[in-house]
Design a protein around this ligand. Structure first.
Ligand code: HEM
Length: 144
């Protein structure tokens, strides 16, 4: 199925954008929090990009969920764990970004992003490691 293959590759490759932008946002938030820096427009934009890339990945994943033969086959990791962990991670990113806007204090904004995005990143990395354990034909970095 052509559409399935395209979407699968898009979802597979998109992981890099999600991981890279989350890491950048976390590094920036930690530097801002610990270095007592102001919360700039650049900070806000990078956090927003990390949020958007994560949401787009969830959309790709949701469509895949309904057409992937792996989910149809009822494979536990794909049916339950992948979707559960990834959606929870996306909720953390969404809530973290929203909460960072509710305060005017720069340190609190940076800390909120660092904590929520950090937890989300740990969850995503754990989910990908679990994927490789479940299906050793896949690798952490390799696009299938
Ligand atoms: C931040 C969120 C997500 C990340 C980083 C992510 C990452 C990945 C990765 C790395 C793969 C393996 C690709 C490969 O081996 O080439 C994959 C496969 C898959 N993902 Fe996600 N995913 C995310 C969210 C989701 C969500 C929310 C769903 C379902 C609603 C989903 C459904 C799937 C399915 C069904 C596959 C298997 C596709 C196939 O080979 O048939 N993903 N994902």
């Amino acid at each position: 199925m052509q559409f399935y293959n395209i979407l699968r590759s898009a979802h597979s490759g998109w992981r890099y954008l999600v991981l890279i932008f989350l890491v950048l946002a976390i590094v920036q938030a930690l530097a801002g929090w610990l270095g007592k820096k102001p919360y700039t427009e650049g900070n806000r934009k990078l956090n927003l990009f990390a949020l958007i890339f994560t949401h787009v990945q969830i959309l790709f994943g949701l469509v895949l969920y309904f057409i992937s033969p792996l989910v149809e086959a009822g494979l536990r990791y794909w049916k339950m764990e992948h979707i559960g962990m990834m959606i929870f991670a996306a909720i953390l990113v969404t809530v973290g970004n929203a909460r960072s806007k509710r305060t005017d204090d720069a340190a609190t904004k940076h800390r909120t992003i660092a904590l929520y995005f950090g937890l989300a990143l740990i969850l995503i990395v754990a989910a990908i490691i679990a994927m490789v354990k479940f299906d050793p034909t896949r690798t952490f970095w390799g696009v299938s």
